[in-house]
Write a protein that binds this ligand. Structure first.
Ligand code: UGA
Length: 442
């Protein structure tokens, strides 16, 4: 069994190396020669825990190779996965041109029966369209097109791939199903549930999963607003509702709004593609709007805590990535919040354990600092935007000594309010009582 993986982004590279780790001969293909060069030299285009070691191990064992030659690499593959980017266009619809371009190239290159598998997150109907494009390009191509969406999270991608909650196969024929079942047999042997269904169900399930998770987060963020006003604690509310297994306790952490390369893009893609089918996803539409508004509201909260006018004031921002353990800045709440603070006159000093390189290209006029203590230097307000472990463990007394002001705004509820008050800060967190936060007693 030989596997070709087109696209060495997050999903493609992680899935490719994991297939190699499972024992399959795998070739990862990308048009960007510098990426392929780098990978051959062991330089990873993304930061993901454990990836570099896994690539090195499988490269040394000859199970994984990298190439810019799509046609040559897919020719004798049994399965060709498409894991290219699907960025949003202006209406929020995913731009599938890279998927169809790959399909055309595959059509002319395959020899013998080949299963082409969409791994990119794509709207329902894309598999059928890929099949149409392939057969139009080369009527003789002996190809089935399947859907096998990926559910991995950045920061835990390898673990998620190797130990999945489920493997989802959307297949157009028993023959294609058999090839994919063989590829996933090693994971099945380890107990992974494998769901085989029609292509359209698999395509919808991927969008629906991400939209549902985004809805959960947005829901708890709105509950957090109420908790703040009514003197409740959102973490207790989340625990209380989450213990009902019908609700479940994960993804109920209030924060500054979801970000990343998936939820914002996939919610918009789901809503707009559903509309094309004449099905309004009113819940998801509301989630998209509420999450967008939330980022601006969080900025307002910081401005208010800083006295309403931030001219001449310094805000230390700790954490810029959309979540910890990644260098990914895509759609991070910081990309709205930091410019809003600057618009209100603030000087922003920022530090992020993983995101400094990318952030320096995406945020202007920010003083990027060497560490959290450096960022806090002479700050009037200290803001925690991302829940990196490094911040949870930080010495608040030391941060307080470095700062000029004594306001700590924690948009991830990393701290016990008493601990923060003991360190001398006025503390604003998310969805917790304002009186406790501001005075240290109630
Ligand atoms: C997400 C999904 O969790 C994966 O299952 C999916 O495979 C992936 O998208 C994808 O489609 O490729 P990811 O974007 O890596 O994974 O990040 P998450 O860990 O889901 O976090 C997304 C955002 O939600 C972050 O901004 C995070 O801070 C926020 N979040 C998450 C909350 O605000 N509260 C929570 O309780 C959970």
């Amino acid at each position: 069994m030989k596997i070709a993986m087109i696209g060495t982004g997050y999903v493609g590279l992680v899935s490719g190396v994991c297939f190699a780790e499972l024992g399959f001969e795998t070739v990862c293909i990308d048009k960007q020669a510098d990426k392929i060069d780098g990978l051959e030299r062991g330089v990873m285009p993304i930061y993901e825990h454990g990836l570099e070691e896994m690539v090195a191990r499988n490269f040394a064992a000859g199970r994984i190779s990298f190439s810019t030659d799509l046609a040559g690499s897919v020719a004798d593959a049994d399965a060709v996965f498409i894991a290219v980017g699907t960025p949003s266009d202006v209406d929020g619809r995913p731009d599938l041109s890279a998927v169809y371009a790959a399909a055309r190239e595959i059509a002319n290159a395959v020899t013998g029966y080949t299963v082409v598998v969409n791994k990119s997150t794509v709207p329902v109907g894309t598999g059928a369209e890929v099949a149409r494009v392939i057969h139009e390009t080369n009527p003789d191509a002996d190809v089935d097109v399947a859907s096998n969406p990926e559910f991995l999270r950045e920061g835990q991608a390898i673990g998620d791939f190797m130990n999945p909650d489920r493997v989802l196969l959307g297949v157009p024929s028993p023959r294609a199903g058999q090839v994919l079942q063989t590829i996933y047999q090693p994971l099945k042997d380890q107990g992974a549930p494998v769901i085989e269904t029609v292509r359209e169900s698999a395509e919808i399930a991927k969008y629906a999963a991400n939209s549902f998770l985004a809805t959960k987060i947005t829901f708890i963020n709105q509950v957090a607003d109420l908790c703040e006003r009514a003197g409740a604690d959102v973490d207790d509310v989340a625990q209380a509702i989450g213990l009902d297994p019908r609700i479940g306790s994960s993804f109920l952490k209030a924060g500054p709004g979801y970000g990343g390369s998936c939820f914002p893009k996939d919610t918009r893609g789901f809503a707009s593609v559903a509309r094309d089918y004449g099905s309004d996803q009113e819940v998801v539409d509301a989630v998209i709007e509420a999450n967008e508004n939330r980022k601006y509201r969080m900025a307002e909260r910081i401005v208010d805590a800083g006295g309403g006018d931030l001219r001449g004031k310094t805000v230390a921002v700790l954490g810029l990535t959309f979540k910890p353990d990644t260098d990914d800045m895509r759609a991070s709440p910081s990309l709205v919040i930091v410019p809003e603070l600057q618009r209100h006159g603030a000087k922003v000093r920022a530090y992020c354990p993983g995101g400094m390189g990318n952030a320096s290209e995406m945020l202007e006029g920010v003083d990027f600092c060497d560490g959290k203590e450096d960022a806090a230097h002479n700050a009037d307000v200290v803001v925690v935007l991302t829940d990196w472990a490094e911040f949870k463990q930080m010495d608040l007394v030391q941060i307080g000594q470095r700062a000029r002001g004594n306001t700590l705004i924690d948009l991830r509820n990393l701290f016990d309010p008493q601990q923060v008050l003991d360190a001398g800060f006025t503390y604003f967190s998310v969805g917790r009582p304002a009186s406790q936060a501001m005075q240290g007693s109630d």
